[in-house]
Design a binder for this molecule. Structure first.
Ligand code: B12
Length: 289
């Protein structure tokens, strides 16, 4: 039996901290044995920090499209992270909670803590990207409002762009990064830019919803070593294929994001960057020198 104020939490707190309803938490416990809570003297279930981490891991796997049963198998197979407040877990939970509560100051404090202990690569790969995907998955399930999603992505975007301040400075190869008309998702491009800058590249960032002639015009002005376009839906590339083909005759053009494919890239003689933004930074740095 456990003393209630010894760091253990009740199911309502676990639910509030994770954003998962108590009913679903009980279902995960019953069906998959995801937790084995201790009991308070009053027979209430008491959950530990390791349980909080398990819920978080479960959410990450679900956000990647796994079924609940598959996700639970992976979580149970992973070594338990018993220690609370491990480098990533506590500030990441704090960041997520702050963003969902529209608490900008709290979110920046959590980001400060993460940035103080993580390398840029780990920060982006293990904190920012999984969080964005989780927020997207929650929004799709109706658990997060559009306001929460917009707020979270704008706080994160601002912070990431601040990390990219002066990424145009230096002497390394230059990447021109843009999303074509109607494509609003540019966070992956920002992450790519940070990954490239970390590898000595310079970045000219045009971002979301850029007219295709503007991308070509900018390329003529800055002479990039690579142009990377991102699209999460194929339609946003298909409407501008002739212009991309013309650009690919003069520059090395890479197409990325879920809307790109090897087929589309081949049609316009561009390269298909079949990777997430962090891996893409490594690939580009390897191929373009
Ligand atoms: C933040 C966000 C927004 C923000 C974007 C802010 C910004 N400046 O980027 C706003 C609020 C504007 C937005 C709008 C919309 N969004 Co949105 N959004 C997201 C969210 C939460 C995060 C996106 C993100 O940056 N992820 C980080 C990227 C890097 O990870 P990823 O998405 O898993 O991408 C993979 C690949 O596509 C690839 N990749 C993606 N980008 C890049 C970039 C580079 C350079 C490279 C190399 C690779 C790469 O790498 C990843 C694999 O490792 C996602 C949820 C999610 N799953 O991510 C939804 C999501 C992308 N959005 C979605 C939708 C439906 C919309 C809207 C249509 C909603 C609406 N009805 O208005 C609009 C579309 C607007 C438009 N015309 O573009 C869907 C996309 C479905 C689809 N495939 O088309 C998602 C998946 C949500 C969901 N679960 O349904 N969104």
């Amino acid at each position: 039996m456990v003393v209630p104020d010894s760091g253990y939490i009740r199911i309502g707190d676990l639910s509030r901290r994770s954003g998962v309803s108590p009913e679903l938490l009980r279902a995960w416990e019953r069906r998959y044995g995801l937790f084995e809570p201790d009991r308070s003297p009053g027979r209430f279930r008491l959950y530990s920090d390791a349980d909080v981490a398990r819920v978080q891991a479960m959410q990450d796997h679900l956000a990647r499209g796994l079924s609940a049963a598959q996700a639970a198998r992976l979580v149970l197979a992973a070594p338990t992270r018993e220690e609370p407040g491990l480098v990533l877990d506590a500030p990441l939970l704090e960041l997520r909670e702050s963003l969902l509560k529209f608490d900008e100051v709290g979110a920046h404090a959590a980001l400060d803590r993460l940035l103080a202990v993580l390398t840029l690569e780990v920060f982006l790969r293990d904190a920012v990207l999984p969080l964005l995907r989780e927020i997207g998955a929650r929004w799709k399930r109706g658990e997060t409002t559009i306001g929460q999603e917009h707020f979270a992505s704008s706080v994160l975007r601002g912070r990431l762009l601040a990390l990219g301040r002066s990424w145009g400075r230096g002497v390394g190869p230059l990447a021109l990064l843009a999303a074509p008309p109607a494509e609003q998702h540019d966070l992956g491009l920002v992450v790519l830019g940070l990954g490239l800058h970390d590898r000595g590249w310079r970045v000219t960032f045009l971002g979301a919803d850029t007219p295709i002639e503007t991308i070509a015009d900018t390329a003529r002005r800055v002479s990039p070593d690579a142009i990377v376009l991102v699209a999460l839906a194929p339609s946003r590339l298909k409407s501008v294929l002739p212009a991309i083909e013309a650009m690919a005759k003069e520059w090395r053009v890479y197409l990325s994001g879920e809307g790109a494919s090897a087929g589309i890239a081949a049609r316009v003689k561009a390269q298909y960057l079949n990777a997430g933004p962090m891996e893409a930074a490594g690939l580009l740095a390897e191929t373009v020198r």
